[in-house]
Design a protein around this ligand. Structure first.
Ligand code: UTP
Length: 297
């Protein structure tokens, strides 16, 4: 079955970025001049997924407003003849069919995905974390969709990390898949393991293409690490299930540019790198950065 729907969880508390995220979701923090989540929606649309469901929390309004039209702003720009900004303002509301569902309490990423059950129904779908930014020049979703269609199971994106960093992620035990060294079969998953217990240095990052069997599994998944319902735990169950029941989990190793915009340092790197590459801001920023670096101790 082809994949048409993208689910974007954006209901986390964002504690690592307080106080900026006290009343603003971290997904709305600007990366240069667009909120992080707009890059994520653009990535979904570029992969052919135009039906987008956002899982929102207590500050849903700013997210919903961003993807809606703003007639008074549009008329003001029209009156000024500012065609460029008018097009940018309209772009975010015309981008995709964006729907919202509320996660009453932030009970974990697995619980957030379960909130999409009714909207998604019985078809495979993608999950893109709203604070995980993948550079548009290094797309991974098309390869993941292709692997899901070929295997019928579920697919996660994997990143090789420093073994000391593995405790920050879900970690995968893998075996090779024939034909492509960057594609693997997942035999086990652990959420945020101690380095000594980590089965590899392959960390799960925020892109998934899931068989809808995940919903029934999530429904039965008890709260895990941190008292949260973990998507990683449900994927570990799916990895042990037979293909006829929607089981089987695969991984695609990502080797491109990616930023966790919920982490302050990674967020700063995203802003500097993306702005440096932009034709409008890049030349001036790079010149300034070169001078600035010379002043550093
Ligand atoms: P994180 O693990 O980054 O957690 O969530 P967080 O609570 O948002 O951030 P910190 O650690 O407190 O700073 C990963 C993704 O899952 C979503 C988040 O919005 C983020 O996109 N999420 C997490 C939910 O939608 N609901 C939840 O209950 C938890």
């Amino acid at each position: 079955m082809t994949i048409r729907k993208a689910v974007i969880p954006a209901a986390g508390l964002g504690t690592r970025f307080l106080p900026a995220t006290k009343s603003t979701p971290k997904e709305m923090l600007p990366v240069v001049d667009k909120p992080a989540i707009q890059y994520v929606v653009e990535e979904a649309v570029a992969a052919g997924l135009e039906d987008v469901l956002m899982i929102t929390g207590r500050s849903k309004r700013t997210l919903a407003d961003h993807f809606d039209s703003v007639p008074e702003l549009e008329s003001a720009l029209e009156a000024k003849g500012d065609e460029k900004r008018l097009a940018e303002v309209r772009h975010s509301s015309d981008l995709a069919n964006v729907h919202f569902v509320r996660q009453g309490q932030p009970k974990g990423l697995g619980h957030a995905v379960l909130c999409a059950r009714h909207h998604v129904g019985d078809e495979p779908f993608a999950v893109l974390l709203g604070d995980d930014l993948i550079d548009e020049r290094d797309p991974i979703l098309p390869t993941m969709i292709e692997l899901q269609q070929r295997t019928g199971g579920s697919v996660v994106a994997l990143l090789e990390v420093d073994p000391e960093q593995v405790h920050l992620y879900g970690c995968a035990a893998v075996e090779p898949l024939e034909g492509d060294e960057d594609q693997v079969r997942i035999t086990g998953l652990v959420e945020k393991p101690d380095p000594a217990d980590a089965p590899s240095n392959l960390a799960v990052i925020g892109r998934y293409v899931l068989n809808p069997a995940v919903f029934a599994v999530l429904d039965e998944t008890a709260p895990g690490r941190g008292g949260e319902i973990q998507l990683t735990d449900a994927l570990a169950t799916l990895a042990d299930m037979p293909a006829e029941q929607g089981g089987g989990v695969y991984g695609v190793v990502f080797r491109g540019r990616r930023y966790d915009t919920g982490d302050r340092l990674d967020y700063l790197k995203a802003v500097v790198r993306i702005a440096s590459d932009r034709p409008d801001l890049g030349p001036d920023l790079r010149a300034w950065l070169t001078e600035y670096v010379k002043t550093l101790p």
